[in-house]
Each structure stands twice: as C-alpha cells, then as structure tokens.
Design a protein around this ligand. Sequence first.
Ligand SMILES: Cc1ncc(COP(=O)(O)O)c(C=O)c1O
Length: 392
Amino acid sequence: MNVKPASRMDLVQEYYFSTKLKQIAAMRASGIDVLNLGIGSPDLPPSAETISALATAAENPKNHAYQSYVGIPALREGFAKFYQNAYGVSLNPVDEVLPLIGSKEGVMHISMAYLEAGDEVLVPNPGYPTYRAASLLTGATVVDYDLSEENGWLPDLKKLAEKDLSKVKLMWVNYPHMPTGAKANRAFFEELRDFALANNILIVNDNPYSFILNDDPESALAVEGMKEVALELNSLSKSHNMAGWRLGVLVGKAEFINPVLRFKSNMDSGMFLPLQMAAVKALENPSSWFDELNAIYRERQQKVFEMMDLLNCQYDKNQSGMFVWAKIPANYQTGFELSDEILEKSGVFITPGGIFGSAGDGYIRTSLCAEVSVFEQAIGRIVSSLALSDEL
Ligand SMILES: Cc1ncc(COP(=O)(O)O)c(C=O)c1O
C-alpha cells in the first residue's frame, strides 16, 4: 500500500505541545520529575453548581440522545445574558449565538466557511498558532501582522492600511492577547472597526481571557457598529475552568454566523445535553466566584514574577490572562534556547515565545496553571541550578 496523506497536510505540523508533551512524558519515564509550566490548562475546578448540574443531568436516561446543531435554547439564552451582563452587548439568542465544542473548533469552522485558495487572512505574530494552521488548511494565504512591545502588542493599523489588502477577507484579533497578556482599549476597537469597513475585511476577535486577571472585561462587539464588521469567539475553558469540557461560543450577526453553522452542521452532531445544561449553570457564576479565582491567579503571578527576576527576564506587571510573558536576557539568542536550558538544568518546562510566531522569539511564556507550591519548587530548582553554574 502506498496511501499518501493529502498535500495540504504538508502545510501544517503536529501541534508544538503535542510533540513537547511526548518529550516530557519520556523524561518522566526515565525518572526526571519535570514541572510543566507550559500549557494553559486550568488546574482548578468549575463551580460546584456546574458539576452537580452535570451529574444530575447525566443520571437522567432521557439526556443521552443526539442534540440539535445550534445548542439548546437555554444555553443560547445563557450566553446572551452573559454577554449582556459582562460586556453590555445585546445578542439575539435565536440566531446571534452559536455554541461550539470549544473555540478552537470555531477557528477551523470559521476558516472553512470563509476562506479558500486565493484569499488572504491577517494573522497576529505572535499569536495563537491555530489561526495560522486553520487558514493554511483552507488553502488561503497567511499574511502576518507583527505586534511589538513598543506598540503595546496592538497592530499598527495605519501601517497595515498602506499595504495592498484587496485579497484579505478575514483578520484574526485576540484581546486580551495570548501570549503577551496585552489588553486592547475602546479607541483601538473603534479604529479596528473603521479599518475593517474601509477594507471590507471580516474581523474575528477571539476573547477567551477577558475574565482572568483583568478588572475590565471587554467584548469587541460592545463598540458601536462593530457587529456590522465582526464576529467574536468566547470560551468557558479558561474563565470557568472548563477546558476539558469543550464549551465555546461564536457570537455576532446572524448573516455572518450562518455560513459557519452550515459548515459545522456537517462536522458534528450537537453537544452532550448534560454538558449544555451544566454550562447554563456555569454562566450564572456570581462575580465573587471570579474574584476568588483571580485572587489565586494573582498569588501565582507573583511567584512567576519572582522566577522571571531570577532568570533576568523582563515583564510587564499589568498582564491579563493565565500566563506571564517575559523578555529573555540579552545573553540568549531565543526563547527556545532559554526554555531548553531550564528544562535540561532544572526540569522545569516554560514555553518558548517563538512557537507563537517569529515576533515572539525573544520571549518566554509561563503558565499560571499550577499550585503555588509548584512555582516554589520551580524557583528552588532554578536557584540551585544558578548556584551550580556560578561554581563552574
Ligand atoms: C487565544 C486562544 N484562543 C482559543 C483557544 C482555544 O480555547 P478552547 O478551549 O475554547 O478551544 C486558546 C487555548 O489555548 C487560546 O489561547
């Protein structure tokens, strides 16, 4: 047999973390106790009400059938209420809210619904790698837009507008931004809206981090007129500690959502009803729940700052999201070099910024998804390895 994978598979590689996790597993199997501070997978549980809603619903024998492609009305209403309360955005739960099996699948579905060979798509560098991979799989051409620390990790839209954008159909933005933790402001979103209108580009804001270490959660859709040019993805993975549940949402104008639904309805067969019922409960978490969550992340963030100080890395103290993004010291060429060294000498894995694009090369990203004691252990190991290299 000589069955070749489709040539489109040459355009993407195995996801970085998928390969890295294999390496970490191999190191652990050989007896090295690796502290993994790489991935942003919340280690804390969803609210107790959410879990008990799942358990109760799962016990009902009637709740195990296929579900509709658009989610149960209560879930769509739950997301609409959440958008109203959290961001002041009004959505029609009937056709402006599409529940997803995680927002990552939404990135692929949006790409499949809108992009094809000959189209161009604007992708942030650094940015979440899935925007690039999904775009390439559709045959579209990726056009990077560079983000820089000097510009607050916001795109320079004026400079971008000087380019030939005639083939650009879609632009991915993601604020609060992963991996840098940067926030956007109203003025930026207004400029983005005008840029989208002037250049006939559909904006998609990916917004899974607005509730983590952020006093002022914002939706791009809260800006007047934005709904005419933009869709927004959101997720319960980070904000509600439900990453493994696979619960996300796409919101915006029905006209923009409908092609995505057409594609998606050919891919999956709805979401497990008890998950949807529990998500309705999660969306009702009171603000005190988020306050408690953020107090935990704040304490962890302080530990990571300590760790970054030890490594002579520089960072902005005002970062949102569940990571610390830090600039590496000048004696390292790239974040890959520093990350490999810390893994080898201290058994601590920190993500090199370069996996998010070339503009992230001089940075590393540490996840806050571990207990304070783990960060303390990591700090202890780094202190010991630094002492050892001083002795050499
Ligand atoms: C910026 C960004 N968007 C989307 C996702 C995917 O989230 P979900 O679990 O909803 O698929 C992630 C996960 O790491 C992310 O960092």
